[in-house]
Design a protein around this ligand. Structure first.
Ligand SMILES: [Zn+2]
Length: 240
């Protein structure tokens, strides 16, 4: 009986360490295995958990660029996103057009967002996704002051526009490339539906599906207050 218990305990320990090892699998250089980053803007919303579930099913990661007022309504979702191994990024407090604000106003705006992120995750966001993809001097000044990076995208799924799963899938799969940052919104059911078809295809093609920060960590250098669209394959750090 004691022996059986010990065996069971050992088996459980082994399973535990295997699960841990899987969780900690480090991304590899995109020259060895191609990689893309997924990003979801405008949440958190009632669809965010469904997106997280699909990501987990295929062992994929993504960055969620959240709107402050939505984080304020669903603070526990900020924590859930972070604790599931995904990244929390900022998308301003009220989906503000950053070309209409000065640096001081943007700093205050982003700090309101960071307060929630810090409270829920114990850390702050590194990346800003400017609403409408619009950046001006104010945004660069604010990101310089806060040490944040700016990320837009190279592939727009146009999900909010078409709200049609087949069209979203066609848009994304037709443009897939190594180093891409793909734009989605976790605010529509069509996006969730499309993701169920898109993710297995991307994984099948051999791509790693990463957060923006994971993908961009392969650059030779990252400068705050700089606008990145994707991972530039000509600017990677040397292979180890
Ligand atoms: Zn947006």
């Amino acid at each position: 009986m004691v022996r059986k218990l010990i065996c069971l305990l050992l088996a459980l320990l082994l399973l535990g360490s295997l699960a841990l090892a899987e969780e900690e699998a480090e991304p590899v250089d995109p020259r060895i295995q191609p990689a893309i980053a997924l990003s979801f803007d405008d949440g958190p919303s009632e669809y965010t958990q469904q997106v997280l579930d699909i990501l987990a099913e295929y062992d994929c990661r993504a960055t969620f660029f959240m709107v402050g007022t939505n984080m304020n309504n669903m603070p526990e979702m900020v924590k859930t996103v972070y604790e599931s191994g995904n990244e929390v990024g900022l998308h301003t407090w009220r989906h503000n057009d950053l070309t209409q604000m000065n640096a001081d106003a943007i700093v205050r705006n982003l700090q309101l967002c960071q307060n929630i992120v810090l409270e829920q995750t114990g850390t702050t966001a590194r990346w800003l996704r400017p609403p409408y993809g619009k950046v001006g001097p104010g945004a660069y000044g604010a990101c310089n002051a806060l040490g944040m990076y700016i990320a837009t995208w190279t592939i727009d799924s146009r999900d909010w526009e078409t709200q049609n799963a087949a069209k979203i899938e066609k848009e994304v799969m037709g443009q897939l490339h190594n180093g891409a940052i793909i734009l989605f919104h976790d605010t529509h059911s069509a996006t969730v539906e499309a993701l169920r078809n898109i993710l297995p295809q991307i994984v099948e093609k051999g791509y790693q599906v990463l957060t923006v920060d994971q993908l961009m960590s392969f650059r030779e250098s990252l400068k705050s207050a700089t606008h990145y669209y994707h991972l530039d394959m000509n600017k990677l750090r040397p292979l180890e």
